[in-house]
Design a protein around this ligand. Structure first.
Ligand SMILES: Cc1cc2nc3c(=O)[nH]c(=O)nc-3n(C[C@H](O)[C@H](O)[C@H](O)COP(=O)(O)OP(=O)(O)OC[C@H]3O[C@@H](n4cnc5c(N)ncnc54)[C@H](O)[C@@H]3O)c2cc1C
Length: 443
């Protein structure tokens, strides 16, 4: 393998998803020279949007939390994100029947899911949830909180369904109650936005902003080695032989991949982060339809099944041909995936909600086993706040949706990217140990 050396950057960012692009922009805005190394032929990672015959599919239903860290940072950057808040008026699926969801005052009054006393208990439970102070809650599981605070089993079912939808995760025995309640409060208070043009509009604007600020973005660069010596990062090696000598590296890939790339990672905290990670996995059936068989049935939450349906076209422009883009999700718990069975379940859900939908299909995308996040706040973590520093290796930082300090989903990617960049900016670029020629490591 011919080795080509690159020098002169203050920092290298591994991965050009949301976390990588935001980390690079933060560093570049602070005057640092940065290179983003992305293994695929495009940036965006899991936030890309695919154009299939004129209809735009995110990789599964994506909603931007308006009260979240990602939206805050994107607004600060001045990104133009058109689209609307979808209405939460919708249906519940219970016992293979579709009924109105007690999610808004009218739905609450008319829903057969609960009797009058159940409705009063739901209002009380929602009140407790809204008033809860997530930051001061002791370390406890979501189930422990729900069982202690919500006594009616049907109200608890509805509560879990809300939590599942807001966090994209189905793991109440392990999920930490505090961050989940914060996320649900955020969803109820500020709502979410579906974006015209899909999340690609975020990716494109972040990429352009990064380039305007002087960031170099190199595609088709798969990092295989994060090199370090005497407790200090020295650089990264790409699969194609490119060797980058750099004193700061932010890895935005999964904890398992960061571990694999780092020599002697077993002697670092990376091992614990990898071993303790609980990825959240979902199957997504994304459809573009000529019309919805049941008009205005735009939104449904499974109460006794971990499924979710949402018509994104009700709030966002996602097609050039008038097709309606809908996303169906099955939330999988740990180790539960069966792609064929999941697809059948999602199709059956669609048939229950929209009989005859098959005749209306313009295009479809089925994504089984999607990693929604590589990890989330749970009780199996030794420390609740991950990163951004890897204490054993100066100059190595982590960011991404698993590097959470209580944030969830893309908010964790954005918040952790900013934390990692700020750490580098604050620390300046001091090298502890004398530099060996990098070429010696690569061979
Ligand atoms: C089905 C689904 C639905 C979702 N819905 C929502 C939602 O509604 N709201 C929300 O906030 N979030 C949602 N998310 C989560 C959100 O999409 C992700 O958290 C976010 O996009 C992750 O960004 P990231 O930069 O941390 O990671 P990624 O997007 O995974 O970026 C990592 C990048 O690193 C690159 N890479 C990997 N290995 C290497 C290597 N060795 N060398 C170089 N580059 C490498 C990858 O190609 C990728 O581009 C959803 C995710 C999924 C899958």
């Amino acid at each position: 393998m011919e080795i080509r050396e690159i020098q002169g950057y203050d920092a290298a960012v591994i991965g050009g998803g949301l976390a990588g692009l935001i980390a690079a922009i933060e560093l570049a805005k602070a005057g640092r020279s940065v290179v983003v190394l992305e293994k695929s032929s495009h940036v965006g990672g899991r936030a890309i949007t695919i154009n299939k015959h004129g209809t735009l599919f995110n990789l599964g239903g994506h909603a931007l939390y308006l009260g979240g860290e990602a939206n805050g940072i994107l607004q600060e950057y001045g990104l133009k994100l058109e689209g609307k808040k979808p209405s939460s008026k919708g249906s519940a699926i219970w016992n293979n029947q579709v009924m109105s969801m007690p999610g808004d005052p009218m739905g609450l009054l008319t829903s057969p899911l609960l009797g009058w006393s159940g409705k009063a208990k739901l209002i009380k439970a929602l009140g407790k949830m809204i008033k809860a102070k997530p930051a001061t809650l002791p370390l406890m599981s979501l189930r422990a909180w729900a069982e202690g605070e919500i006594h009616d089993p049907m109200v608890r079912h509805i509560f879990y369904a809300l939590c599942r939808t807001a966090t994209y995760t189905q793991d109440p025995d392990f999920q930490r109650a505090g961050p989940v309640l914060k996320q649900v409060q955020r969803a109820l208070k500020s709502g979410v936005k579906y974006l015209d043009g899909g999340w690609q509009t975020i990716v494109d604007q972040l990429r352009d902003l990064a380039i305007q600020n002087g960031v170099s973005i190199l595609m088709n660069k798969t990092i295989v080695d994060i090199m370090h010596d005497s407790g200090q990062v020295r650089g990264v090696l790409c699969k194609d032989g490119t060797l980058l000598e750099v004193p700061n590296v932010i890895s935005t890939v999964s904890p398992a991949d960061t571990y694999r790339m780092t020599k002697e990672a077993e002697k670092t905290i990376l091992k614990r982060w990898k071993d303790e990670a609980r990825p959240s996995i979902a199957a997504s059936l994304d459809l573009a339809l000529k019309r919805l068989p049941v008009a205005k049935r735009d939104f449904a939450i499974g109460v006794d099944q971990p499924v979710f349906f949402s018509n994104h076209s009700r709030a966002a422009k996602l097609s050039e041909n008038g097709a309606i883009v809908v996303h169906l999700t099955k939330y999988n718990g740990q180790g539960e995936q069966d792609p064929k069975a999941d697809e059948r379940m999602l199709e059956q859900t669609m048939s229950l909600l929209h009989p005859g939908w098959e005749k209306e299909v313009v295009s479809r995308q089925y994504l089984p086993n999607m990693t929604v996040v590589h990890d989330y706040p749970h009780l199996g973590r030794t420390e609740q706040n991950i990163g951004p520093i890897v204490p054993e290796i100066q100059g190595l930082y982590v960011a991404g949706d698993w590097v959470s300090h209580g944030e969830m989903l893309a908010d964790a990617s954005a918040a952790s990217a900013r934390r990692a960049a700020r750490h580098i900016i604050g620390n300046q670029l001091e090298l502890g140990a004398p530099i060996k020629p990098l070429i010696a490591y690569a061979r």
